[in-house]
Design a protein around this ligand. Structure first.
Ligand SMILES: [Fe+2]
Ligand SMILES: [Fe+2]
Length: 453
């Protein structure tokens, strides 16, 4: 592609809110638009891989099939990025769309954070803008020389500042300082991720360990959750009991490989590794599954895998609600948002059932009751404390814990113990459960500190 001062992007049949997201993310880029099938047919023959950096297509033209669009674009511009984004659940068929030629297919608003990240990494980085990815501090060792820079993120100022320079040894004091602040993550330029993977693979080999680094395990967890959700939402994936069984297997393997594996021996590290990573549906599901299973393990729950499963599925019914709305309080929501929000536990359960996924009764209960409160003031049923299952309470704690400890632009970082105190004030959780979790957090924090001395 010839040198160009800004990226050229073609928007085809995008819904207005999706177009607004793309335009805001790719500010300064050049946009062309097509909003009718006649215009598409009239123009496509001129396009080559040199015409645009990306085609971003949607479902706004009723008489034009997205799969045909994909085939035409694949034929004309095989090397150009081709995204499909829709808010119309009935048109979301990612498997088919990708098979026909789209690079990726996204559901809006659920995938908004992922769309932004993808635009930043694949389009804006070509025109000089930077994009960062997170890595786990646990994967770095003092004294190692890294051939890439690391950064810390300051959420309050929304800034990345350089933490270690490339080709210098990692300072032991600097790593300790991160631990003191309970910061488990650093950031690297996304183009340096391969260098990071090479470094961590080398390190694991040197230690004689097989498997994955903490960073990769977390990434794989999220990718797998995305694949699972994508199949659940995919209209072209048929809903029958065989398919349902496949999905439950997928779910169980996610849990055993990435959530509960090594959890009892590395409890605090696993907890810290999941903390802070916010920003999208898949991270939230992964984190809530992880936290629920970990707290379950910590208090001797008989089936932490079930808690993890409830964590994965609990907010499936929230896919129509943008993340910003999910972070509002009920009072701040519009009446329509409120109605969607209050119905989401039941909708989550319905989505699981519609795909013929058979889940244990205790998991169903936990999903249905994850917004019920110990005080009796929760929703949807305002159940009194005696009727709320303990699983639902652990799930509810994990859910709130993830919202509170998530890094947010403009917000101060919240530590696990501070989060616990905030949750206590809501009256949503059984005080006995809170004391048990508090003891776990204190005990393991001390143990982790003792290990590093
Ligand atoms: Fe929820
Ligand atoms: Fe949630």
């Amino acid at each position: 592609m010839a040198e160009s001062p800004s990226a050229r992007i073609m928007l085809v049949a995008l819904e207005p809110e999706v177009a607004a997201l793309v335009e805001a993310t790719c500010e300064g880029c050049h946009f062309d638009r097509i909003d009718s099938s006649a215009d598409f047919v009239g123009q496509y023959e001129k396009w080559t891989d040199d015409s645009y950096h990306a085609f971003i297509c949607g479902s706004k033209i009723a008489d034009f099939s997205a799969n045909e669009m994909a085939q035409v674009l694949l034929n004309q511009c095989p090397g150009t990025l081709k995204y499909f984004i829709t808010s119309d659940a009935s048109k979301y068929e990612p498997r088919l769309l990708v098979k026909n030629g789209f690079t990726s297919a996204y559901a809006y608003p659920m995938d908004a954070p992922l769309i932004k990240q993808s635009l930043r990494e694949n389009i804006l980085s070509r025109v000089g803008q930077r994009s960062f990815r997170t890595v786990r501090v646990l994967d770095l060792s003092a004294g190692d020389e890294l051939d890439f820079e690391t950064y810390i993120y300051l959420p309050l100022n929304n800034k990345y500042i350089r933490y270690t320079a490339a080709n210098t040894a990692v300072d032991a004091k600097k790593l300790e300082k991160l631990q003191d602040h309970e910061m488990a993550r650093l950031w690297v330029d996304h183009r340096d991720m391969n260098k990071f993977y090479q470094y961590s693979a080398m390190k694991l080999r040197a230690l004689g360990e097989s498997g994955l680094s903490s960073t990769e395990r977390q990434e794989k967890l999220k990718d797998n959750v995305r694949m699972l959700f994508s199949d659940i939402f995919d209209q072209s994936v048929k809903a029958d009991f065989d398919q349902g069984k496949e999905m439950i297997k997928q779910c169980e393997s996610i849990i055993s490989n990435y959530v509960t594996k090594g959890a009892s021996s590395n409890w605090f590290q696993k907890l810290m590794n999941a903390i802070g990573e916010g920003g999208d549906t898949y991270n939230h599901a992964s984190n809530v599954a992880t936290f629920a299973a970990l707290f379950g393990i910590g208090i001797g729950h008989p089936a932490p895998e079930d808690l993890a499963m409830a964590g994965l599925f609990h907010d499936l019914g929230m896919n129509q609600l943008p993340l910003e709305v999910q972070e509002k309080t009920l009072e701040q929501m519009t009446p329509e948002e409120q109605a969607l929000y209050i119905a989401h536990p039941e909708k989550s359960l319905n989505m699981v059932k519609m795909k013929r996924i058979v889940i244990p009764e205790r998991v169903e209960k936990a999903i249905m009751q994850h917004h019920e409160m110990w005080s009796g003031k929760g929703f949807p049923k305002q159940l009194p404390s005696v009727r709320i299952s303990q699983d639902a309470q652990i799930l509810s704690f994990a859910d709130q814990f993830d919202y509170l400890t998530r890094e947010r632009e403009g917000a101060v970082r919240v530590t696990p113990l501070e989060a616990l105190e905030k949750i206590r004030k809501t009256g949503s959780i059984n005080p006995d459960l809170l004391s048990q979790i508090r003891r776990l957090l204190l005990k393991d924090k001390e143990a982790a500190a003792a290990k590093t001395v």
